[in-house]
Design a protein around this ligand. Sequence first.
Ligand code: SF4
Ligand code: SF4
Length: 93
Amino acid sequence: MSNLPSVEELPEAIIARFGTQKAKTGNWRTNEIEIDQDKCDFCMRCVVFCPDGAIKVSEGKLKMDLDYCKGCCICIEECPKNAIKEERKVELP
Ligand code: SF4
Ligand code: SF4
């Protein structure tokens, strides 16, 4: 029998069993993500691929939700228009 904790005993942030919308991941971010609205053709790939639902559509534009963007850069990899950039904000040791 394992001594590991059960799923119910693990913190939500680790197992994300309710999705990350219940565990704000924005404070993990060491970089800033910015969308160039002029380059964007609204294909929605970044919205679909963001694991944290951090890219929202508001008034016909994409908007970052910094409470949830953890700076993983998946959106940058997926954007076919090279419209998303990142800038390091925290120096790592
Ligand atoms: S970097 Fe991009 S894909 Fe990653 S959490 Fe932020 S918006 Fe989502
Ligand atoms: S993936 Fe790039 S082009 Fe597509 S909606 Fe996102 S920012 Fe715009």
